[in-house]
Every structure is written in C-alpha cells, then in structure tokens.
Design a protein around this ligand. Structure first.
Ligand SMILES: [Zn+2]
Length: 132
C-alpha cells in the first residue's frame, strides 16, 4: 500500500446577485464572484483546500481581488455588500516576497516554478524540487 497524493488548482463561481458600484465606471454593475484555491487530493479524493483567493470580475473583463473576509461571507451565502473599498486591483498581493510580515498566511510560492506551497513542505508538489 502506498500513499497517493496530488494537488489540483480549482476555481468555483460563487452566487452573488447584488450590483457593485465602481467609481471609475460611474455606475453599479453585475459582477461575477469566484474563488480560486489549491486542493489536496488523497487517493483522488478531494480533501482540504488552501491558498484561497476571491475575485470579482466585471462585465468589461476587469478583475479585482476581493477582501478574503468579504469573500468568505459570499461563499457562505451571507447577504453581504461588496464595496469598492473591499477590492484590490489584481497583482499587488505579493505574499511570498513578504515573508517577514506577521500576516503570513502559511503559504508561499515555489521559488522554481511559482506553485503555491504550504509552509511545512520540504519539496514542491509540482516540480519536485527541494524548497529549503
Ligand atoms: Zn516547484
């Protein structure tokens, strides 16, 4: 018997029916909210998810990262209002070059291939290279 472990990148659209106001558009629009994650597979059975990020996509194709607190509430089906101040333009959350900060989520990226890694991994699950 041997242990089979794999990882999957996943993306799930969340139900959100409210309009979100954007000042740069000057109006409230329908948005698509979705969550991305890395999922651990044990014997091909999905187990836990980590490295969750929430995103909001506008009808014009623009994508903003959503505050994770707000995102979690949307995911749970809470009737929460997404405000413009809950959104960050994509790309500024550089979590692995900021390891010294105390807001460390326990996840960073493989220095070789960029794959999201949980803190206690010694080897990258994607490219197999040593991480420390
Ligand atoms: Zn790697």
């Amino acid at each position: 018997m041997f242990l089979m472990i794999g990882v999957n990148d996943g993306q799930t659209a969340l139900y959100y029916e409210r309009l979100v106001y954007f000042s740069h558009l000057g109006k409230a629009v329908n948005v698509t909210v979705y969550v991305t994650y890395v999922q651990l597979l044990l014997f091909f059975i999905p187990t836990f998810k980590w490295n969750k990020h929430y995103y909001v996509q506008l009808p014009n194709g623009e994508v903003f990262e959503l505050d994770p607190e707000v995102g979690r509430q949307v995911e749970r089906g809470r009737d929460v209002e997404i405000k413009e101040s809950d959104l960050y333009s994509n790309g500024h959350t550089d979590y692995y070059s900021d390891k010294s900060s105390n807001s460390n989520t326990g996840v960073y990226q493989c220095p070789h291939c960029g794959y999201p890694i949980v803190n206690d991994f010694d080897f990258c699950p994607k490219c197999g290279r040593r991480l420390r």
